[in-house]
Design a binder for this molecule. Structure first.
Ligand SMILES: [Zn+2]
Ligand SMILES: [Zn+2]
Length: 389
């Protein structure tokens, strides 16, 4: 069974909304125009709106035509990235240096489409909570999901279960992927400051060489996943930045390394930090440099509950041409994981079509595929109609 006909009927209108949002991207916690656009649309559908939850977050509440105590939360993210768009189509970003390169314009539009349909039909019991979240890209405890929860999202708007979606380049439009259990990784960040007195490049014996020390550290960090955690537990340790030095003939006094650690299992995640500190301390001891480590847990693992994953699969089978029920996990992190720590629910991926020509997430050539809009909107609406009968 394909998308809901009544939603397909306003596909063109959803495309206009999506392109408007794409042309007017806003960074995390600056989604003022986006939030206003969302709130105005929800109000025009006859949905109760609360604004300013978690900064620029917007929540809509809609009751079905039958009473019940049950409630379902549906969530979309609204923020864009600090990327200069390279596309030259008509709906390209009008905000220099800001771009919807992760497709949150599409996510927001799909949820608005579902809201419009559900408000027109109300063929469900209980309550739907539409959650438009800011600052997904900021993530961590400062990100939009954690902040909305801190500011009372689920206390004020109880949700028995919550559902969210992310577009997935490389998956055909009309395809949906979901699985129960861990689907996306936990994400932690680290910083290592390597210091010494610095010295003439020609007199390396006059102090500790922080460049050499940093080099040893970057290489040795790879032994953590190879030798310190269970090989059956996936772990990625990536040093992503090295900064230090200003002159070719000076050994500097500081080199800074930064990076990220990704895992699925609590054991691998817990083992990584002490192993990293041990590696750094041991190398510092061997070269004589001073090393200071900072380590922060940023994102929990995204874990779908069994029952919500089954509900998502059932809705997916009603709407999509194809449902993948055991997609490969990804080491990418997602802020929705904070909401899934708080409430049971399910996150799924919706096909965005080919990932060629830069149509990948966080690329300056990315664009959400408007053909996916009725699929995502129908999916959200179907979850509600099936679970709130
Ligand atoms: Zn992103
Ligand atoms: Zn995203």
């Amino acid at each position: 069974m394909p998308v809901i006909n009544r939603i397909a009927d306003f596909h063109d209108e959803m495309s206009v909304w999506r392109r408007h949002l794409h042309a007017n991207p806003e960074l995390s916690y600056q989604e003022h125009q986006t939030a206003k656009f969302v709130a105005d649309k929800l109000l025009s559908f006859g949905i109760e709106v609360s604004e300013g939850i978690g900064g620029t977050g917007v929540v809509g509440v809609l009751y079905g035509d039958r009473t019940s105590e049950r409630s379902i939360g549906l969530r979309a993210d609204m923020d864009a990235l600090a990327i200069e768009e390279r596309n030259d189509f008509e709906h390209r970003s009008m905000n220099s240096g800001v771009m919807h390169a992760c497709g949150h314009d599409g996510h927001t539009t799909m949820l608005l489409g579902a809201a419009r349909y559900l408000a027109e039909t109300r063929n469900f019991s209980g309550r739907v909570v539409f959650i438009f979240q800011p600052a997904e890209e900021m993530g961590g405890a400062d990100g939009g999901a954690a902040r909305m929860i801190r500011e009372g999202l689920f206390a004020k708007f109880h949700c028995d279960e919550i559902y969210g979606l992310h577009n997935w380049p490389g998956m055909d439009v009309g395809t949906f992927a979901v699985k129960s259990g861990p689907m996306m990784a936990s994400g932690d960040s680290f910083g290592i400051e390597v210091t010494s007195t610095g010295m003439h490049a020609a007199q390396p014996h006059k102090g500790a060489d922080v460049v050499l020390t940093a080099g040893h550290i970057v290489v040795a960090l790879q032994q953590i996943s190879a030798r310190n955690t269970d090989p059956l537990d996936a772990l990625v340790v990536s040093a992503t930045q090295i900064h230090g030095g200003d002159a070719y003939n000076v050994l500097p006094n500081t080199v800074t390394i930064r990076g990220t650690v990704r895992a699925f299992s609590p054991n691998a995640r817990a083992a990584a930090e002490p192993a990293l500190r041990r590696v750094v301390d041991g190398i510092a001891l061997s070269t004589g440099a001073q090393c200071t480590v900072t380590y922060a847990q940023q994102y929990p693992t995204l874990v779908n509950s069994n029952s919500a994953a089954q509900s998502a699969e059932a809705a997916g089978l009603s709407v999509f041409n194809k449902v993948e029920t055991n997609p490969p996990q990804t080491m990418i992190v997602e802020d929705f994981a904070f909401m899934l720590e708080d409430r049971p629910g399910c996150y799924g991926w919706i096909g965005n079509g080919p990932d060629d020509n830069g149509r990948i997430l966080h690329s300056a050539w990315f664009d959400f595929n408007d053909e996916a809009l009725p699929f995502g909107a129908s999916y959200f609406a179907t979850v509600v109609e099936q679970q709130l009968q």
